[in-house]
Design a protein around this ligand. Structure first.
Ligand SMILES: Cc1cc2nc3c(=O)[nH]c(=O)nc-3n(C[C@H](O)[C@H](O)[C@H](O)COP(=O)(O)OP(=O)(O)OC[C@H]3O[C@@H](n4cnc5c(N)ncnc54)[C@H](O)[C@@H]3O)c2cc1C
Length: 629
């Protein structure tokens, strides 16, 4: 067992594994401990339904393509009442509202398979995973001589041996009964609803038409809204509530035979036969949020700090958002890049989202159970109709496409453009120089803890002055890229197509050049050919800043608010990098016979991007999985 690690993550569920992966991708020393033997836990079903924004985030950390191999991809929905197909209903709105993302579908993949993929990715990136190690206690020493101020006692549940692990930070991703939360004396505020729901994953046979289209629902006179979702490996998730009037029938020791029988009643008049039941549960719905997501060096994430029904399938989706919001901030802070105030933005951003899910869940869980809460819905409407309306009104949020953060240290007001600071930067199609095939922006802005600076050049015949001004600021000693650590990935996005970017722009490009052949990318971000603009995407893809093309100083001010010149100054490795670049014959570009010097500068912001110099030792840059040739 490891004795010392920078970040210890307690809990090897989806949130803990993704937090660990996010940190490991930045080269942070991280270990995840998990009290159970996951192979035995395999029978546990739980999270299944994942939404587009989650897929975007998972794609940014290179796990999505593995999940897509296994997941059931749903692009269709059917709803039945009394055996008749309806053209509206609960999930109808999903597919109407799925726009603005290239992940224009929902998927079902059981938590066990997601976790397997996350664990493998964590270990491949150098993170450690310790199974059957349970956290027992935490001691926080504010006067510790070194930075390893936390001492965590863990027990190996296989051997009974106890160990001590020293760490700088602890992430409690240990589920709704979180030991980390309780040991840190953080209250979990909320209530039990008294609502109980059945969920089962099984291989079934049915005469319900279009049963494998993806998502389905059945409006049952006994069990209310019945959920039917196609999953990986030919499984089906069936879910329905336990009506209070039937509570006595099931008692406290519910058996699988009773659950099968209830499911058959719930999907009536359609038939239901079970070939295999993998997992079932009857669980009580609680709605709680932790009073804080951080106590000194301890952070909470996922179910450890918010818990609600699975009605909208939000738990793991929200846990992934927590993990990938926290990990780049904590990773960068540990590298000495950021002021500590960056860590405060984790709670500032994620706690209101957890509260919003819970507020919505109060109405949703009641409606799914067949009760219309006071003041909800139109007069005379059935609970099914009100449920359909409610789901439609909250669907963009449920899909994750409406999740956004307020203006704060990291999300400055967007000065120009169509996307507000705090919102996810839309994925758009671009082309590499010479390529006939488009690739997605998100493929070249992966989450490795670096900020992506997109320079939309506009038409250089109209924006030439602004472009030259930005270039000259970037090359000057005042440029933030000379003062701050190497945390920037620059992209130059040029409308149309050109034989050579520097020649076309009249300046050397910033980072790598991409073409926006029909200007759809610039339009999506709201930049005209006449003005262009600059956008900063945070490592998690959230838009942090947008400004005018010539405003290099303002762009620098955005970063100078929270990025600090690191103590182990970036100057040394960058100076080395520059020296190496300068020794190469790449510092010149020829424009119509005239030789123009493209003086190599730090951070790869000039035309000769450091990433292209294979012999130069650089920090890990964004990786691309399926780049068009
Ligand atoms: C029936 C059901 C259906 C659901 N369906 C969906 C869905 O479709 N979509 C969705 O997004 N969400 C769904 N959810 C919610 C989802 O399962 C959770 O939100 C998600 O599992 C939370 O992940 P987590 O990693 O935060 O916590 P968990 O998955 O609970 O993982 C916590 C881990 O920590 C470990 N642990 C606990 N204490 C310790 C300790 N002291 N030391 C070491 N390890 C410890 C546990 O063994 C566990 O593996 C569903 C939940 C239920 C109950």
């Amino acid at each position: 067992m490891i004795e010392r690690v920078d970040v210890l993550v307690c809990g090897g569920g989806p949130t803990g594994l993704l937090a660990g992966l996010g940190l490991a991708r930045q080269g942070i020393s991280v270990a995840v401990i998990e009290k159970c033997q996951k192979s035995e836990q395999a029978k546990f079903g739980r999270a299944s339904l994942l939404y587009p924004r989650t897929m975007e985030l998972l794609d940014q950390v290179d796990v999505w393509e593995h999940m897509a191999e296994i997941a059931h991809i749903s692009r269709g929905y059917v709803n039945y009442n009394g055996g008749k197909r309806l053209i509206s209903g609960t999930y109808h709105s999903i597919f109407n509202q799925l726009h603005g993302t290239y992940f224009d579908y929902v998927v079902n993949i059981r938590q066990k398979y997601s976790e397997e993929i996350f664990r493998k990715a964590l270990e491949e990136k150098g993170g450690s995973f310790y199974e059957q190690y349970e956290l027992l206690s935490i001691v926080q020493d504010d006067d510790a001589a070194d930075d390893y101020a936390l001492t965590v006692r863990v027990k190996n549940n296989a051997t009974g041996e106890e160990h001590q692990v020293k760490c700088k930070y602890l992430v409690g991703a240990d589920g709704k009964n979180s030991a980390v939360r309780q040991l840190s004396e953080i209250a979990f505020v909320g209530d039990d609803t008294g609502i109980k729901w059945f969920r089962m994953d099984a291989v079934v046979k049915t005469d319900m038409p279009d049963a494998r289209v993806g998502m389905a629902s059945i409006e049952s006179p006994i069990y209310g809204h019945v959920l039917w979702m196609c999953q990986d490996h030919g499984r089906t998730r069936i879910g329905f509530s336990l009506p209070p009037k039937l509570a006595d029938r099931f008692g406290t020791d519910v058996t699988e035979a009773q659950v099968r029988e209830a499911a058959q009643e719930a999907v009536a008049p359609f038939s239901l036969e079970f070939e295999k039941v993998d997992w079932w549960t009857l669980y009580s719905v609680g709605q709680r949020v932790a009073e804080t997501f951080r106590r000194k060096r301890v952070f909470l994430a996922g179910d450890a700090c918010h818990s609600h029904s699975s009605g909208a399938g939000q738990g793991m989706n929200a846990g992934a958002q927590d993990a990938l919001n926290l990990s780049w901030k904590l990773g960068g802070f540990l590298k000495g890049w950021y002021d500590e105030s960056v860590l405060d933005t984790y709670e500032e951003e994620r706690r209101p989202e957890a509260q919003r899910i819970i507020d919505q869940d109060k109405t949703l869980s009641a409606l799914i159970t067949g009760k219309i809460p006071e003041g909800v819905g139109r007069p005379g409407a059935t609970s099914f109709e009100v449920l359909g309306d409610f789901i439609a009104s909250t669907m963009r949020y449920t899909l994750g496409l409406d999740v956004h953060y307020e203006t704060n240290l990291l999300n400055q007001k967007a000065n120009i453009g169509l996307v507000s600071a705090g919102w996810p930067g839309p994925d758009v199609l671009l082309r590499r120089p010479g390529s006939r095939i488009s690739l997605r922006l998100h493929q070249v802005t992966k989450n490795v803890g670096r900020f992506h600076v997109l320079v939309f050049t506009g038409n250089p015949a109209l924006t030439g002055e602004s472009l030259r001004s930005l270039r000259s600021y970037m090359d000057s000693e005042d440029s933030f890229t000379h003062k701050l650590p190497d945390i920037f990935n620059f992209l130059t996005i040029i409308p149309g197509d050109a034989p050579q970017s520097d020649h076309y722009l009249g300046i050397s490009r910033f980072g790598k050049a991409f073409y926006d052949s029909d200007m759809s990318a610039a339009c999506k971000y709201g930049f005209s050919a006449a003005l262009g603009g600059v956008v900063v995407l945070r490592p998690d893809g959230i838009l942090g800043y947008s400004g005018e093309l010539g405003e290099g100083k303002e762009l620098g001010e955005y970063f100078l608010r929270f990025v600090k010149a690191s103590l182990e100054s970036p100057q040394e490795p960058i100076a080395k990098k520059v020296a190496e670049i300068e020794s190469k014959p790449t510092g010149e570009v020829e424009f119509d016979g005239e030789t123009t010097e493209t003086k190599p500068v730090a951070n790869g912001v000039n035309g000769v991007h450091a990433d292209t110099q294979t012999s130069i030792p650089i920090r890990e840059g964004p990786t691309e999985t399926s780049v068009a040739a």
